[in-house]
Design a protein around this ligand. Structure first.
Ligand SMILES: Cc1cc2nc3c(=O)[nH]c(=O)nc-3n(C[C@H](O)[C@H](O)[C@H](O)COP(=O)(O)O)c2cc1C
Length: 169
């Protein structure tokens, strides 16, 4: 049986929720990461992925300007990076440098990969769609990378402000 409640209370039940970090180069040439939970694969052929970014976010401007981005799947060891990139703004600082997140050059686009992530995808921006107070950025994947250690596990939001792998141990 279901009981009527508010949107806010019902969406509290959605965890665990995936976490990604998207990186786009801003107009000053700085690679700016943003923590994004609202993300999805949208196509197999061609391979495409989408992220939902608040309209007012610094990253929304950077993504439109760059026309390309990296979508990174952070590992369970990257909690600090995820919190930093999800609470500080590229308007105020160089997040990658300040946080000390380990990067390596991307192969096909002018961006960086997160070296300790589970996987990284290089995307060319193909479209933007306004959806309420967010914009969905759709990217075509032009290169894919995985961590050389297959045992590295993904990080999720678990609810109650906790983060971790879904099946610890
Ligand atoms: C776990 C987590 C998930 C988040 N998911 C999203 C999201 O899906 N979309 C979004 O626009 N912001 C999301 N945020 C908030 C942004 O990461 C945050 O506002 C960030 O500081 C914006 O950076 P910027 O100003 O450099 O763009 C999330 C934050 C956290 C901690």
């Amino acid at each position: 049986m279901q009981t009527v409640t508010t949107y806010e209370q019902a969406t509290e039940r959605r965890f665990p929720e995936q976490i990604t970090i998207a990186i786009a180069k801003d107009a000053n040439g700085k690679h700016n990461p943003i923590t994004i939970s609202w993300t999805m694969l949208t196509s197999i052929e061609p391979p495409m992925m989408a992220i939902s970014v608040g309209k007012e976010r610094y990253s929304a401007t950077a993504l439109s300007h760059a026309g390309e981005f990296v979508l990174s799947l952070p590992s369970a060891d990257m909690k600090n990076d995820v919190l930093f990139h999800g609470t500080k703004s590229g308007r105020d600082l160089d997040k990658l440098a300040e946080c000390g997140t380990k990067t390596q050059p991307a192969a096909k686009i002018d961006s960086v990969l997160l070296a300790d992530a589970v996987a990284n995808f290089e995307c060319e921006l193909v479209s933007e769609h306004e959806t309420g107070d967010h914009i969905i950025f759709v990217g075509r994947v032009v290169a894919s990378h995985v961590n050389e250690n297959p045992a590295v596990r993904r990080l999720y939001t678990l609810g109650n402000e906790q983060m971790g792998p879904v099946n610890p141990g």
